[in-house]
Design a protein around this ligand. Structure first.
Ligand SMILES: NC(=O)c1ccc[n+]([C@@H]2O[C@H](COP(=O)([O-])OP(=O)(O)OC[C@H]3O[C@@H](n4cnc5c(N)ncnc54)[C@H](OP(=O)(O)O)[C@@H]3O)[C@@H](O)[C@H]2O)c1
Length: 345
C-alpha cells in the first residue's frame, strides 16, 4: 500500500486529472485516514480559476472536507484507534487535502462520527459550520468574540437580538441559522429562494425573505419584522449585491461578517465588515476547534444540528469536475455534493 489515486490540479485554468500519489505516513499528533466520502465546495472550483493561499504549488491536490476511517496513528495520539469513523476539515498542502483516497489529518481537530450519521452526511458538515463559528465566536481578530453556545452560559445568550443571514439555503447559511438559533438570536431573518422556506424554518429561521428582492425592498421587509436595530448580519454568499444589501440593512455600529473578499465600499458610518477565514487550523482558533469537535459529535448524535441533504456523485474522483461545474453554475440548491474516492475507475 504505497500509492493511491488522487485528483490532481496541474495548474490555474487547467483541467483536473486523476493519477497516482504516494500515501503519506502520519507524523506526531496526526492520523492517516482512509477517505470514504469527500465533500465538494465552491472554493474548489475557485482554486482552479485563480491563485489563492490554499494552493502553494502545482500540481496540487485540493478538497477541504471528508469522512472516513482511521488507518494509521502518529506518535502521541491517544484518543483514536484504527478503524474509528471520523470526519474533518482538510488544510493547506497535498497531504492534508481530501480529493484523494487517503489523507493526513491533525488528530486535535478530528471529530468522531456518531453511529446514526453516515459517512456521506458527515463529509458535508465541517466547511459549512466552521465559518460562522469562527466569525462569531472566535477571539478577535479572527472572530467577534461572542460566547459560543457550546460554552457554559452560551446557550440562548443572545436572546432577543436580531440577526440577518444572507443566503440561508447555502451550506454555510443552513449551519449559521442553526448556530444562531442555539445562541438565542431572534428574529433570525434569512434570504433564500422561497421554495426553500420550509427547510429553513425547520432549522430555526423565523422569517425567510425572497433573495431576489431589491436592497430597498429587503430593508423594508426587515423593518416590518422588527423595530430593533440590526447590529449583526452574516453573508453566507458574499457576492457584491448580497454584501451591499446586508451592509445597508445593518445599523450604524453594526457588524457584517462576510466569507469572501470585501467587494463593497464601507462608507465609514460606524459599520464594521469582518471577513472570516473559516478554519480551526490557524493557531489562534485551534483551542476553540478542539473544544468544539466533541460537541459537534454530540450535537449530531442528538439531532441538535440537522445536516445538509447530501447527493452522491457517481464515478469517484472522476465525478468531481462535473460536480464543481454544477456548483459554479448555481445548479445546486439546498444540497451538498459528495464523492466516494474508492469508486474511482
Ligand atoms: N470564508 C470561508 O472560510 C469560506 C468557507 C467555505 C465557503 N465559503 C464561501 O461561502 C460561499 C457559500 O458556500 P456554500 O458551500 O455554503 O455554498 P452552496 O451551498 O453551494 O450555496 C448554494 C446556495 O446559495 C444560495 N444562493 C446563491 N446565490 C444567492 C443569493 N444571491 N442570495 C441568497 N442566496 C443565494 C442558493 O439558495 P437558493 O437555492 O435558496 O436560491 C443555493 O442553494 C461560497 O462563496 C464559498 O466559497 C467561504
Amino acid at each position: 500500500m504505497s500509492t493511491q489515486q488522487a485528483l490532481w490540479l496541474p495548474g490555474i485554468g487547467q483541467d483536473f486529472v486523476v493519477g497516482p500519489r504516494e500515501i503519506d505516513a502520519p507524523g506526531p499528533g496526526e492520523l492517516l485516514v482512509r477517505i470514504v466520502s469527500s465533500g465538494l465546495n465552491p472554493l474548489d472550483w475557485k482554486l482552479q480559476d485563480k491563485p489563492f493561499i490554499y494552493v502553494q504549488s502545482f500540481p496540487a491536490v485540493v478538497g477541504e472536507e471528508a469522512a472516513g476511517t482511521v488507518e494509521a496513528i502518529g506518535d502521541g495520539v491517544t484518543d483514536f484507534k484504527d478503524g474509528d469513523r471520523v470526519f474533518f476539515q482538510g488544510h493547506i498542502g497535498n497531504r492534508l487535502c481530501t480529493f484523494q483516497q487517503y489523507c493526513i489529518v491533525n488528530a486535535d481537530l478530528v471529530a468522531k462520527i456518531p453511529e446514526n450519521i453516515s459517512f456521506d452526511q458527515a463529509a458535508s458538515v465541517q466547511v459549512g459550520i466552521i465559518p460562522f463559528a469562527v466569525g462569531l465566536y472566535a477571539q478577535q481578530p479572527e472572530g467577534l468574540a461572542h460566547l459560543a453556545p457550546w460554552e457554559e452560559g452560551g446557550k440562548d445568550k443572545y436572546a432577543g437580538r436580531p440577526i440577518v443571514i444572507m443566503g440561508g439555503t447555502s451550506s454555510l447559511g443552513q449551519y449559521a441559522i442553526q448556530l444562531a438559533r442555539l445562541s438565542g438570536f431572534s428574529p433570525i431573518i434569512t434570504t433564500a429562494s422561497l421554495h426553500n422556506a420550509e427547510l429553513l424554518s425547520s432549522l430555526g429561521a423565523t422569517h425567510v425573505l425572497d433573495r431576489r428582492l431589491s436592497t430597498t425592498a429587503l430593508k423594508d421587509a426587515v423593518a416590518k419584522i422588527t423595530s430593533a436595530p440590526i447590529t449583526l448580519a452574516f453573508d453566507a454568499i458574499s457576492l457584491p449585491d448580497t454584501q451591499q444589501s446586508a451592509l445597508d440593512i445593518i445599523t450604524g455600529g453594526g457588524t457584517l461578517i462576510i466569507v469572501s473578499a470585501q467587494m463593497v465600499e464601507n462608507k465609514g458610518d460606524g459599520k464594521v465588515i469582518h471577513a472570516v477565514f473559516g478554519s480551526f487550523h490557524p493557531l489562534p482558533n485551534r483551542e476553540m476547534g478542539k473544544r468544539f469537535m466533541p460537541v459537534l459529535t454530540q450535537w449530531l448524535a442528538e439531532g441538535t444540528i440537522k445536516l445538509n441533504t447530501v447527493e452522491v456523485i457517481p464515478g469517484g474522483l472522476n465525478g468531481i469536475p462535473s460536480g464543481l461545474q454544477r456548483l459554479k453554475n448555481n445548479l445546486v440548491s439546498g444540497r451538498k455534493l459528495v464523492v466516494h474516492p474508492w469508486e474511482t475507475a
